[in-house]
Design a protein around this ligand. Structure first.
Ligand SMILES: N[C@@H](CCC(=O)N[C@@H](CS)C(=O)NCC(=O)O)C(=O)O
Length: 144
């Protein structure tokens, strides 16, 4: 869906998995947007103004109004462009709750174990994080 220049902008960095969420959502909806690439960890003036609480990417700017937090952005995109592309979240409240639950699980449990592999200072700690990540993936496979 063609958007007027500057109507939809996304502040992000390409390697961030959190930034991928709104990018996938915007693509599924066919919404054109401007990608405002920042360096990983860089706090641009626009980022600080748009997300003063967490100071994190991604931030969606729709008509200059900021929307923060990747899953909140996905839900916003789903609602704001409800009539274009495919629905992202299920309409049924229970199914929606289940989708939100697993998104929170990925953020709170699974992703930290992935990060833990890279940050581990001993082989033992690395193996422990890898095992947690594997178990988390198995759980996700079973859930879906
Ligand atoms: N809960 C946030 C997490 C976002 C997040 O952690 N973003 C990272 C990039 S992957 C960030 O901006 N890190 C910079 C920092 O922590 O200062 C979301 O889902 O959007």
């Amino acid at each position: 869906m063609a958007a007027a220049a500057g109507e939809v902008r996304l502040i992000g960095a390409w390697p961030s998995p959190y930034v991928l969420r709104p990018r996938v959502a915007l693509n599924l909806k066919g919404v054109e947007y401007e990608f405002l690439e920042v360096k990983f960890g860089e706090k641009s003036e626009l980022l600080l103004r748009s997300n003063p609480v967490y100071k994190k990417i991604p931030v969606l700017l729709h008509h200059d109004k900021p929307v923060c937090e990747s899953m909140i952005i996905v839900e916003y995109v789903d609602g704001a462009w409800a009539n274009s592309g495919q629905a992202i979240l299920p309409a049924d409240p229970y199914e929606r709750a289940l989708h939100r639950f697993w998104a929170v699980y990925i953020d709170d449990k699974w992703f930290p174990s992935m990060v833990g592999i890279g940050k581990a200072e001993t082989e033992e700690a690395k193996a422990e994080s890898a095992e947690q990540a594997r178990a988390g993936l198995k759980l996700l496979e079973e859930a879906f």
